[in-house]
Design a protein around this ligand. Structure first.
Ligand SMILES: C[S@@+](CC[C@H](N)C(=O)[O-])C[C@H]1O[C@@H](n2cnc3c(N)ncnc32)[C@H](O)[C@@H]1O
Length: 371
């Protein structure tokens, strides 16, 4: 019997389960706690070395090996290794160059000062695992909670409770699967305008959009300005569109322009110079997509890529995510992906790039809607 565990935002278990049921017919839901869900899976999935879970709500995943419970951290760590050494030959164990340890989320990111990432407890547990690792395991230089290289096999230890550790493994494939617990490392400056700085920093890392210094970006729904701050720090020229006030530090930045308006009230040609379009407007997804479509379908548009935060007013809206991605693809973007980022709240990020000339909505299309 094989099991797969998934970690997700606390509260996102329901849309996660629905998504997995839709995409993976052979998977059966087995167990869940907030932020942690397991599924019984067909054995051939586990044997498929190229398997990667495709899911908007899975922050990361692993093939489950076992769990250990108790109150003494040293003992728990030793138990993990004794299960592993019993179950796997040393050559297989030697393939694990990385150990990723993290706690499941207990709060919505941003609530109770909680931000996802490797917690002090997770760091401590990682150290215990290193201390108690068999000599053969330490020789090749085990990496603790570092970014794995593509194709690396990663040993995952999820602290479902402080005294209940579930462990398993995954092969690093997608960029998010190289990050401990599926959360990127972000260099956070001393002062951030708002926590949306983290959202934008993560969106840029995850989407790997090829932004270059000096590129012109526009953000719809930009106030007070955390995400614009992240873009400015990366050398972009940024325009924020929002009827609300921007933080004074942005207004003082010569590379920032504030257009105090709702996106729909601006002439479409005002967007003609932007290479990248971001949106974080507090609006339902279809309203945001209508606004963005009107901009990028205009004949003057040169928007190469999009990073859209789409709000989930309720979890039922998650079932329309495939329709949202299909709609964005119909604008001529070759790569359209969606993910609930670790720093997202009740929302997800949609990234689009590779606009194909000649495709509906592509840059070479003649005509278009007047603005
Ligand atoms: C979540 S906040 C944006 C946070 C911002 N991205 C940041 O980094 O600080 C949502 C913003 O969307 C703005 N908004 C809502 N509808 C809008 C629209 N149609 N056009 C522009 N801004 C809009 C609101 O005024 C609000 O400031």
């Amino acid at each position: 019997m094989s099991f797969l565990f998934v970690t997700c935002q606390a509260g996102a278990e329901v849309p996660l389960k629905a998504e997995i049921a839709r995409r993976y017919r052979g998977f059966r839901f087995a167990f869940s706690r907030p932020g942690f869900v397991t599924f019984k899976i067909p054995d051939d999935i586990r044997r498929d070395r190229q398997f990667d879970l495709k899911s908007v709500f899975a922050r990361t995943w692993g093939f489950s090996i076992d769990k250990v419970s108790g109150t003494d951290g040293h003992e728990l760590a030793r138990s993990v290794w004794s299960v592993l050494t019993e179950r796997y030959p040393s050559e297989t164990l030697a393939e694990f160059r990385n150990i990723h340890v993290w706690e499941r989320d207990r709060y919505l990111p941003g609530d109770n000062d909680f931000e996802p990432g490797v917690s002090p407890l997770a760091e401590e547990v990682a150290e215990l695992l290193l201390e108690t690792a068999p000599e053969s395991q330490r020789e090749p230089g085990l990496q603790l909670n570092e970014i794995a290289a593509p194709e690396d096999r990663v040993l995952d230890v999820v602290l479902v409770e402080p005294g209940e550790w579930w462990f398993g493994w995954h092969r690093a494939g997608s960029i998010q699967s190289t990050w401990p617990g599926g959360v990127p490392f972000i260099d956070v400056p001393d002062e951030i305008v708002s926590r949306t700085y983290l959202k934008m920093a993560e969106a840029l890392q995850w989407s790997e959009l090829p932004l270059e210094k000096g590129d012109a970006c526009v953000e719809i729904g930009s106030a007070p300005g955390g995400s614009c701050q992240a873009l400015l720090e990366r050398g972009m020229t940024v325009t924020g569109v929002d009827p609300a006030d921007m933080h004074e530090s942005l207004l003082a930045n010569p590379y920032f322009t504030h257009l105090r308006a709702r996106a729909k009230n601006l002439k479409r040609r005002m967007f003609s110079d932007f290479r990248w379009l971001m949106s974080d407007a507090s609006a339902v997804p279809n309203y945001t997509l209508d606004s963005v479509e009107a901009i990028i379908e205009h004949k003057s548009s040169k928007v190469d890529g999009l990073l859209l935060t789409l709000k989930l007013t309720d979890w039922n809206a998650a079932e329309h995510i495939p329709d949202f991605t299909k709609r964005v693809r119909s604008w001529g973007y070759a790569y359209v992906r969606a993910r609930q980022l670790a720093h997202n709240r009740r929302e997800f990020c949609l990234a689009a790039s590779g606009r194909i000339p000649g495709k509906p909505g592509g840059p070479s299309k003649q005509g278009g809607k007047a603005g």
